[in-house]
Ligand binder design. Structure first.
Ligand SMILES: *[C@@H]1O[C@H](CO)[C@@H](O)[C@H](O)[C@H]1NC(C)=O
Ligand SMILES: *[C@@H]1O[C@H](CO)[C@@H](O)[C@H](O)[C@H]1NC(C)=O
Ligand SMILES: *[C@@H]1O[C@H](CO)[C@@H](O)[C@H](O)[C@H]1NC(C)=O
Ligand SMILES: *[C@@H]1O[C@H](CO)[C@@H](O)[C@H](O)[C@H]1NC(C)=O
Ligand SMILES: *[C@@H]1O[C@H](CO)[C@@H](O)[C@H](O)[C@H]1NC(C)=O
Ligand SMILES: *[C@@H]1O[C@H](CO)[C@@H](O)[C@H](O)[C@H]1NC(C)=O
Ligand SMILES: *[C@@H]1O[C@H](CO)[C@@H](O)[C@H](O)[C@H]1NC(C)=O
Ligand SMILES: *[C@@H]1O[C@H](CO)[C@@H](O)[C@H](O)[C@H]1NC(C)=O
Ligand SMILES: *[C@@H]1O[C@H](CO)[C@@H](O)[C@H](O)[C@H]1NC(C)=O
Length: 388
């Protein structure tokens, strides 16, 4: 029923197909984006809305769809008062998830050629919070204070450090202290959670080793949760876009990305997707399943990594196979012609006991922005490649 990634390339080249009125000829990115406008998705400062709206923005920008771009630009703008106050933001609440919206703000700041100064004001308020952020004894940002004190989760690296890096790139490119600090966040997660045999990383670690799930030596939790690795993989790709090549952190981050790409490729199921719980011997085990959001994140990370020269061309088949699986299994066409995105696990939290039973018993949602946003990221990369 759906075109494969490779046959889509042919479709995109055909002016006849583009002229047809049936919206199956819309690119998947803008089709999904437009579909979401009718699914009561609202913008707010929560990271899920931020990621979904970044997906819409990427789709709108690539295809120069003015109406979508106006929608997303207005939605983000409405989060910031004219004087730069970010709505519903609490400057003394330290939770890395709250930083993610900073990326949306910086995107529209640059898109305005730095004329929308309210975005710079709001972003610098978020950035100054990092100077006060509670940290582990070795310098890692707490995932959240006070509930996840001394804990670093891979998800948090995406939420905080893509913003930290993009902000530094725009406003303080020569701030070596900041660049080193950013690399340190990755170093800490690598030291405590990377499995050097599988090349995958556990969901998070507790430096104080007090959490019920913490390994007594490393502090790591026991399992590799797919979406945490997906966020982390995307974080490496995004931070490397802006990280100065002349600093020692650059080579380390590239090494982390390459070895993780090896682990991700090796863990790909023959269907093309990735298991919710990725560590052995759980893939294929009762209760475990191929999960959509991480499949989208790995697809995006590989495609963007290749496009920007960070990853080798030979990895492309992994991403194309995964994209085809998403079209087959997770992208569904509603009767009214809109698309839905299925198969996204609602949450994975280390407030749990961290067990396999915990992860596989979390419900799965339809049209969750944590899956649909990254699906749009992946689609724009695929469509960019097809255009080239
Ligand atoms: C552009 O976006 C609008 C609004 O979402 C949608 O109706 C239209 O089909 C889109 N056009 C293309 C070519 O994607
Ligand atoms: C299309 O159908 C979906 C699923 O029922 C619904 O959420 C959405 O609002 C509908 N969109 C339009 C434009 O009718
Ligand atoms: C920004 O504007 C809002 C609404 O007018 C006001 O409540 C707030 O105090 C202002 N903040 C600053 C820092 O001026
Ligand atoms: C802001 O966050 C702090 C720390 O969690 C909390 O004590 C305070 O009540 C919050 N303030 C508001 C206005 O929600
Ligand atoms: C920003 O600058 C570019 C190049 O000078 C120009 O094409 C674009 O229209 C400008 N955008 C805005 C929003 O001013
Ligand atoms: C550079 O970054 C460090 C670490 O985040 C920060 O403490 C410092 O204020 C920044 N310096 C400048 C000049 O912005
Ligand atoms: C690391 O991965 C290997 C290969 O999957 C596995 O056998 C081993 O148990 C893992 N180690 C830890 C500490 O999870
Ligand atoms: C798809 O086509 C149908 C019928 O022509 C239309 O009602 C619907 O809004 C379209 N959906 C999108 C996302 O463009
Ligand atoms: C861990 O929590 C899950 C529910 O989230 C429960 O099914 C399981 O029995 C718990 N395991 C242990 C060892 O407490």
């Amino acid at each position: 029923m759906y075109s494969s990634a490779t046959s889509l390339a042919l479709l995109a080249c055909s002016s006849i197909a583009l002229a047809a009125s049936d919206n199956t000829t819309l690119p998947y990115s803008t089709w999904m984006a437009t579909s979401f406008l009718s699914k009561s998705q609202t913008m707010n400062s929560h990271y899920v809305a931020s990621v979904l709206h970044e997906g819409i923005e990427k789709a709108a920008t690539l295809h120069q769809n003015t109406s979508l771009l106006n929608y997303v630009s207005n939605a983000v703008s409405a989060q910031v008062l004219p004087n730069g106050t970010l709505l519903n933001w609490n400057s003394s609440f330290y939770s890395v998830d709250e930083l993610r919206i900073g990326n949306n703000l910086l995107h529209f700041y640059l898109a305005s050629n730095r004329t929308e100064t309210k975005y710079a004001v709001a972003a610098s308020a978020l950035r100054s919070q990092l100077d006060r952020w509670p940290r582990t004894p070795t310098g890692g940002f707490f995932h959240r204070d006070p509930v996840y004190r001394n804990q670093m989760w891979l998800d948090g690296i995406y939420m905080a450090d893509t913003f930290y890096a993009t902000y530094t790139h725009i406003f303080e490119p020569a701030n070596t202290t900041a660049w080193n600090d950013i690399a340190l966040q990755f170093d800490l997660v690598e030291q405590h959670t990377r499995n050097k045999t599988s090349n995958l990383l556990a969901h998070g670690y507790d430096e104080s080793k007090k959490a019920v799930w913490a390994d007594p030596v490393t502090g790591a939790c026991p399992h590799v949760w797919d979406r945490a690795v997906g966020w982390y993989f995307m974080a490496l790709v995004e931070v490397l876009q802006v990280y100065p090549k002349n600093l020692p952190g650059y080579a380390r981050l590239r090494g982390y990305l390459t070895t993780l790409a090896d682990g991700v490729e090796k863990a790909q199921d023959e269907s093309g997707g990735w298991w919710l719980v990725m560590d052995e011997p759980y893939p294929g085990m009762k209760g475990n399943y191929i999960e959509a959001s991480a499949t989208a994140m790995f697809t995006y990370g590989i495609l963007k990594g290749i496009r920007t020269g960070l990853l080798e061309e030979r990895r492309r088949p992994t991403a194309l196979k995964a994209y085809d699986l998403m079209l087959d299994r997770f992208v569904t066409r509603e009767k009214n012609g809109t698309l839905s995105f299925d198969g996204t696990v609602v949450v994975g939290s280390l407030s749990s006991n961290g067990s396999y039973e915990y992860y596989v018993n979390v419900p799965i949602a339809r049209n969750d922005g944590k899956g649909a946003g990254p699906f749009m990221f992946a689609s724009t990369e695929l469509e960019l490649w097809q255009q080239s």
